[in-house]
Design a protein. Structure first.
Length: 327
């Protein structure tokens, strides 16, 4: 059957029928909110390049976490901005570090209401801003693994249920799995930033957490965005090393990879809609050039349509509110 018997517009005529046949439905349950926590401050600090986002003091963390649960958002991922940085990023595994304290506070107050994930990387904690230990401008892979193990275990000890290694250090998933299991944390899951690209979309984040490298760039460990086959290989290796969930990052300009990873491996797949994706929309909306709500819902639905099971996004709270209003 074809035109004139077949008319596709029959199913587009009313909101009711359009909703009925909608194939991809975005829900607050798909979203994970990235939260920045900073030591030694008492009031939230606005992040200029990310309007609406803040560096939070420890005393605000529980309040903000409770807001997420009331919005139906299932989880958050914590990023720490430590008081002290050094060559090897040792404050990343301090029991009294910002992330460790924040995880404990949230778990004490919210127990099982909110899934607590932590970013496991060194760049916020090293004086040079790289994601690993540096010797003569070289990132030392295997030495970095020893530190990442300690970081992951310290997050698990604090109560994190998911750790998310984001440094693109070879062998990091395997090293962390072994360390967690060795310390008795067999139930702590790993969400691997498997296909994390050296992206210019991270600019606002680096301002937010003060993690821009002081020399060079991250192309010696993060992936070249021109290499989709290599991205699949990274994902496959992380699965072999024991990743429970894998991630593609950034999201919007990488939907082909989200689709291919989900289709090929059928594993829980996350997409990280990163700071630059957030800031671009915010800037255009502030100028009155685009409708923020409409654009955000379209973009996040597209990320889900491509195959993402979960989306890390700074828009999580607004989206949850918008979806509730529209019900
Ligand atoms: C740290 C890390 C980065 C992001 C998450 N974890 C940035 C980087 O590699 O510089 C980016 C998040 C964002 O841009 O929203 N390894």
């Amino acid at each position: 059957m074809t035109f004139p018997e077949l008319r596709m517009r029959r199913l587009r005529r009313t909101p009711r029928i359009r909703n009925l046949i909608r194939e991809t439905v975005l829900s607050p349950k798909d979203l994970i909110y990235p939260m920045f926590i900073k030591g030694e401050i008492n009031n939230p600090e606005p992040i200029p390049a990310m309007p609406g986002q803040f560096r939070l003091p420890l005393n605000e963390v529980v309040k903000e976490a409770k807001k997420l649960t009331s919005l139906g958002i299932p989880g958050l991922i914590l990023f720490g901005i430590p008081v002290a940085k050094d060559e090897t990023g040792s404050s990343a595994y301090d029991k009294e570090g910002v992330v460790q304290q924040a995880v404990r506070a949230i778990k004490e107050q919210l127990e099982n209401e909110l899934l607590v994930m932590t970013d496991v990387c060194l760049c916020q904690y090293t004086s040079h801003g790289h994601c690993g230990v540096v010797k003569r401008d070289e990132i030392l892979n295997d030495r970095t693994l020893q530190i990442l193990k300690r970081v992951a275990v310290s997050h698990a000890e604090a109560g994190a249920e998911v750790v998310a290694p984001s440094g693109m250090i070879d062998g990091q998933v395997q090293a962390i799995r072994e360390a967690l299991d060795g310390a008795g944390f067999t139930n702590v899951a790993i969400m691997a930033y498997s296909a994390k690209h050296a992206s210019h979309f991270y600019g606002p984040f680096r301002e937010a957490v003060h993690s821009a490298p002081s020399f060079g760039h991250r192309r010696g460990y993060q992936m070249d965005y021109a290499n989709p086959d290599e991205a699949l290989r990274e994902v496959e290796l992380d699965i072999k090393e024991g990743a429970d969930m894998v991630m593609v990052k950034p999201a919007l300009a990488y939907l082909d990879l989200v689709y291919r990873v989900k289709t090929k491996y059928r594993l829980p797949t996350a997409a990280y809609s990163v700071s630059g994706e957030y800031s671009m929309i915010k800037a255009a909306a502030e100028k009155g050039w685009m409708d923020e709500k409409a654009i955000v819902l379209e973009v996040l639905t597209a990320i889900k349509r491509a195959g993402a099971d979960m989306i890390l996004t700074y828009f999580a709270r607004e989206v949850a509110r918008w979806l509730m209003e529209d019900e």
